[in-house]
Design a protein around this ligand. Structure first.
Ligand code: A3P
Length: 284
């Protein structure tokens, strides 16, 4: 970590209208030139919306039987983070290039306009998970506290406005049919139903035994204990400050927002979302 100390807590800057840190822009040219394939699956989320959860479910759906993968390969290597470029760690784009699996599972937090063009040209499938703004803000706040390659909690958010991000991806649905949008709240409410939706989109029909196994392995309590899923192997995260698998709940914002803060938030939310057709639930 010492070599990296000067690189910790990077500053946010405006990058084509989106607040970003250098860790997600420094490899920009290479990332933009990424060669997607028709069978690639791009997991596209705003940070803290359930990226790791859906990544793990997808990984189990396709590669469950490969036991070494389950026991020694952390989720962030199985599902590379395309735009990440952090000193002394492999770049996400290079990890993605090295994947030998089919399909390749690749993750991005980019707003829709930053997605490399070959994904659209190749008509790759994309899965977007969205999460209500209040729970997401709470989750992001705690994540910024524990992850030293993120700006201090309280700053603007890396990957820009949540509003722009969800609306951008939501609107894409009407012109790009290979895009599935799932909601974190739906996944918590009825994971079996959402897994069926996912399988339908992917054209998969796993046995009910396999689905049960996946739902059990991808349950919050099991992922929290699983070193290959809980990010405990990444030194830049201090899980004593706040665990990566923190609570996994809908409505935790109520423990963090005062009634007055919630009202201010709602008012601003209404204004920003008044032209949007995407609807979120902040309790279930
Ligand atoms: P909390 O901080 O609210 O607990 P991401 O993977 O996009 O960074 O999102 C992380 C959030 O998803 C965290 O939210 C984490 O606990 C939650 N999460 C991860 N796996 C989960 C699971 N299996 N069930 C429910 N929530 C999960």
């Amino acid at each position: 970590l010492t070599d990296m100390e000067s690189d910790l807590r990077p500053t946010l800057f405006d990058f084509h209208g989106v607040s970003m840190t250098k860790y997600f822009t420094e490899n920009w040219e290479n990332v933009q030139n990424f060669q997607a394939r028709p069978d690639d699956i791009l997991i596209a989320t705003y940070p803290k919306a359930g990226t790791t959860w859906i990544s793990y479910i997808l990984d189990l759906l396709y590669f469950e039987q490969k036991s070494e993968r389950e026991t020694i390969v952390p989720i962030y290597e199985r599902v590379p983070f395309l735009e990440i470029s952090i000193p002394s760690q492999p770049k996400g784009k290079d990890l993605a290039d090295k994947l030998t699996t089919s399909p390749r599972l690749i993750k991005t937090h980019f707003p829709v306009q930053f997605v490399p063009k070959s994904f659209w040209e190749q008509k790759s499938r994309m899965i977007c998970v969205m999460r209500n703004a209040k729970d997401l803000a709470v989750s992001y706040f705690h994540f910024n506290r524990m992850n030293h390659v993120q700006p201090e909690a309280g700053d603007w958010m890396v990957f820009g406005s949540w509003y722009d991000h969800v609306n951008g991806w939501w609107e894409k649905k009407s012109t790009y049919s290979n895009l599935l949008v799932l909601f974190y709240e739906d996944l918590v409410e009825d994971p079996g139903r959402e897994l069926d939706k996912l399988c339908h989109f992917l054209g998969l029909s796993p046995s009910s035994e396999k689905k049960e196994r996946i739902l059990s392995s991808a349950h919050f309590d099991n992922m929290k204990q699983n070193k290959m899923a809980n990010y405990s192997t990444l030194p830049v995260m201090d899980q004593k400050v706040s665990p990566f698998m923190r609570k996994g709940k809908v409505g935790d914002w109520k423990n963090h927002f005062t009634v007055a803060q919630s009202e201010v938030f709602d008012e601003d939310y209404e204004r920003k979302m008044k032209n949007s057709s995407v609807k979120f639930r902040d309790e279930i």
